[in-house]
Design a protein around this ligand. Sequence first.
Ligand code: NAI
Ligand code: MG
Length: 489
Amino acid sequence: MNKISGRSIPDGLPNKMVIGGERVEAARGGRFATLDPATGVAFAEVPAGGPEDVDRAVAAAKKALKGPWFKTAPAERGRILTRTAALIRRDKEKLARIETLDCGKPLRESLGDIETAAGYFEYYAGIADKLQGDTIPLGPDFISFTLHEPVGVTAHIIPWNYPLVTTARGIAPALAAGNTAVVKPAEQTPLTAILLADLLAEAGLPAGVYNVVTGFGPDAGAPLTQHPDVAHVTFTGSVPTGKAVMKAAADHVASVTLELGGKSPVVVLADADLDAAVEGTLKAIYTNAGQVCSAGSRLVVERRLHNAMMERLVARAEKLVLGHGLDDAPLGPLVSDEQLKRVGDFVAEAKKRGVTVATGGKPASVAGLEGGYFFAPTIFDNVKPTDEVAQEEIFGPVLTVQVVDTPEEAVAIGNSTRYGLVAGIYTADIGKALRFARDIDAGQVFINQYFAGGVSTPFGGVKNSGFGREKGLAALTSYFRVKCVTAKI
Ligand code: NAI
Ligand code: MG
């Protein structure tokens, strides 16, 4: 098969996992399909990995750590990462089409993701030979210095909403610092993590440094986090799974980075530029159909702009055309039947409680794509801060609107969930913006442009959104350990 509902599928879809440089089947022999979310049609198949495969992959990573990768000079590590960035860009059309087929997002977003993935390799390439330690002055009779060593074998558990980007975000700093890695992509979207193995090998990465075990969470993810030879686990996903990962890592005293999503507010104060606030809010909630950890899923608006914002947001949301990601539709499907049901349940329950539906509020049917997982862009107005849809991560195209009378109230509402990933604010008053940045519980604050920043800006959460930082130089602290050597001379 090389077409889905008339749309072409790239050649060369991966169908094996990658252990020690070999393309292999699962030890137990099982396989599972990955679906196109816009049609529900299976278009590729990969091995269903289990504990035996995790053991093999960790052993390969351990061997490479003390073998070829240990012997590779840091500057050469950097060159390999630089070449990887170029190869990702060379293959961007193919990678983007496969990413879109696997997770559903519009092609322009996948192309942006692929460019960001290349950007991570480029950014961390430059630091590979600059991770240097200190000398500590102890007086004339001692010499004391620190070494920055790789932590060892790192595990990367990847979600389905940003498959290649999240992989690159963890792998690039891990490899720059001299670690080796085992990646467990999400079962919904396993393909681009495998394709990355080919590009890394072509760039000169020794076999065993980057391994991919495909499979489901309990079968492949859990054994990886439990493995005694894994030194650090980088996890992005749900709060309950993040807690399980942390407990598993605790049993063998591995460190963890947890990036667990959010319920991030977009605050619009009365003095804001209305056009910018409308554009920013739409982007904050409808990018990747709202399946974004840092989605701005709560509009918190000062009363004077409430009606004007609502009028424009509803008009724009109702014009958003749903369609196939490969056609670069304005809005794509959700990733899976399960996610469609999850979003639908949140919305149906809210309607039962009498929460005001300003627009949307139900699954959408798209002509010619009847098997797809589409949900109508939805806006709930005048939502009580304690209501479930204002508290829980929905991970779909569902915006709640909360009205406030002062900037102080906006901070209080902003801080009223158990999450704290990001927060946005639109205002003409930089003092108000910076006081908000000071007072809000969040790992990052966007002022007058939602999603501002890039590969170099540290990213992570507070409260139930997790801890540890990815991106930027801050991410590196997870991937090296400091050894202090002191000599009496
Ligand atoms: P999940 O957290 O269960 O899955 C994320 C990754 O963890 C996948 O690779 C999965 O296979 C793996 N996993 C599952 N159980 C595991 C275990 N016991 N040990 C190790 N790895 C395990 O999330 P799921 O079920 O895909 O989505 C549910 C909700 O989670 C979404 O509706 C959304 O609210 C949230 N989520 C947040 C993300 C974020 O960007 N922070 C990304 C994906 C989901
Ligand atoms: Mg898929």
